[in-house]
Write a protein that binds this ligand. Sequence first.
Ligand code: SF4
Length: 99
Amino acid sequence: MPSEEAVPAEKHGPTVYSFFLFFSTGTLFCDTFEYMTFILIDAYLCNSCGTCIEICPEVFRLDEATGKAALVSTEPVITEAVYQAAAFCPEKCIEITET
Ligand code: SF4
């Protein structure tokens, strides 16, 4: 029968291992890791105000079919204006995700 002290040691084992694995992976792949940035527009929340287009017309446009904001290109260049457009969006429906 294991003692009371042996049980916590087993419970904490996987947690410690996971942290170590994450740390090791970051170290192994740091030379080849590329950052990618995605812009997501929640068209359901968009109210078509056009603020994002005024701030950053190189990246945002108004989709004529839906009347909602959309991206000009599938590979937009992420500039400070993109972050400003997201910050000033009244519906907060522009999400910029960095991986
Ligand atoms: S600022 Fe936001 S709510 Fe306004 S058009 Fe752009 S995405 Fe839509």
